[in-house]
Design a binder for this molecule. Structure first.
Ligand SMILES: Nc1ncnc2c1ncn2[C@@H]1O[C@H](COP(=O)(O)OP(=O)(O)O)[C@@H](O)[C@H]1O
Ligand SMILES: [Mg+2]
Length: 379
């Protein structure tokens, strides 16, 4: 399943968003245009749906309240609203639609109240709040049905899907020193210290197959890369070991604490592509990967998720990342700051972009080149 449409009102620096989404979606825009804020919408939905320690109030207080979330340039209509369409493919009609809206918290009780919560399955409205129970007891509107086992029976699939949203931000320093900081594992850290344990917890056959695929992918992007293995040391601790065909590489190879930061992040990304059946959010990977790998990332994402149903969002400011000729204009969301908040549109909505793409330019050349320089592309 993937989210094939996102509709948003008054979220951070966006007054309105209404865009179709693809399985591989790049998000480009200048600094402070809202790339992180856009990715945070999916993390927010995950936080609401979380099985433990989740819920609407926590998701909002983690973001320091509705006043920080609501768009500062919002007009009279101060409701913040999010709606997602979930479908099997980008062009399929939505199997599920989930929407919520909420208002500024009540200062006395420091609670946020829902203005609505709706769920549709195959176009049929299954949940429409506020309902009679909410009207009788308005405090019920401080919780979504999504976060309550007793209330979400008819649409638990949505919660399961959203709970598995993965936000990738590797902290290699933490994995390297996992021994010395053992026991202080950061909550929800998808790859940091918990990464090796996560690999270790998978069935050996599955793990072997995934490690093999990752090894193959690494061979295509890292010169002289030869072997990747999962091992346990004498104390039973899990490790990854790699070997290069380098003259300086020793017989036993390198353990993860000797990997380069970039290699680590790449292994983390590849693992999650093989593992996820939900959404992966990857924030500005060019900041942590070397340029050779960045240029390979887009095709790598397609290849690794080929048989998988996961959806990948990548925010970037790197033209190199978008250099692959196979990237379609619909796969790129362009963020353009304006007085009324940032505008979000697929690159394929811009006529001039389409002309350049038809003329054989790559998305990277077109969307990350300044308008003045674009003219020279056409000459
Ligand atoms: N509630 C809000 N209303 C309007 N703008 C906001 C709000 N919250 C954050 N911003 C703005 O969003 C911008 C940061 O967006 P961010 O997602 O970090 O950008 P990027 O990741 O593209 O660099 C900042 O300029 C900040 O002022
Ligand atoms: Mg950012």
């Amino acid at each position: 399943m993937i989210i094939n449409r996102l509709i948003v009102k008054n979220w951070r620096n966006f007054q309105q968003i209404n865009v179709p989404l693809r399985e591989r979606q790049f998000i480009v825009g200048p600094n402070a245009s809202g790339k992180s804020n856009l990715l945070d919408i999916f993390r927010f939905l995950r936080d609401i749906a979380k099985a433990e320690g989740g819920g609407l109030q926590k998701a909002i207080s983690d973001r320091v309240g509705v006043s920080k979330i609501r768009c500062l340039s919002a007009g009279q209509d101060t409701e913040v609203a999010i709606e997602i369409h979930i479908a099997d493919t980008p062009d399929a009609p939505a199997t599920w639609r989930y929407g919520i809206g909420f208002h500024h918290e009540d200062h006395k009780h420091r609670q946020t109240y829902l203005t609505h919560e709706r769920v549709w399955r195959d176009g049929e409205l299954l949940l429409d709040r506020p309902d009679a129970d909410d009207n009788r007891d308005p405090d019920r509107l401080t919780q979504t049905a999504l976060e309550q086992i007793a209330a979400n029976a008819k649409f638990r699939e949505i919660g399961g899907f959203l709970r598995n949203v993965t936000y990738l931000h590797l902290i290699p320093q933490l994995i390297r020193f996992a021994d010395s900081i053992q026991g202080k594992i950061i909550e929800d850290d998808p790859f940091g210290q918990a990464f090796l344990e996560r690999i270790a917890s998978v069935h050996p056959n599955t793990r072997r197959a995934r490690v093999k695929k990752i090894e193959h992918a690494l061979k295509t992007v890292i010169p002289q890369f030869e072997k990747l293995e999962f091992i346990r040391d004498n104390a039973g601790q899990p490790h990854l070991r790699s070997r290069y065909s380098h003259w300086c590489s020793n017989e036993k190879g390198q353990q993860e604490n000797q990997f380069s930061e970039g290699t680590f992040r790449l292994i983390g990304l590849l693992w999650s592509l093989l593992e996820s059946d939900s959404i992966i959010l990857f924030e500005e990977p060019e900041l942590s990967l070397n340029i050779g790998i960045v240029s390979q990332l887009a095709p790598l994402i397609s290849r690794m998720r080929r048989n998988k149903r996961c959806q990948v969002f990548v925010s970037t400011q790197s033209d190199v990342l978008l250099i692959e000729p196979g990237i379609d204009g619909t796969e790129v969301l362009m963020l353009t700051p304006s007085e009324e908040g940032t505008i979000v549109k697929p690159a394929s909505d811009f006529d001039d972009v389409c002309v350049l793409l038809k003329n054989g330019f790559t998305v990277g050349e077109v969307v990350l080149t300044k308008p003045t320089e674009q003219l020279s592309l056409l000459e």
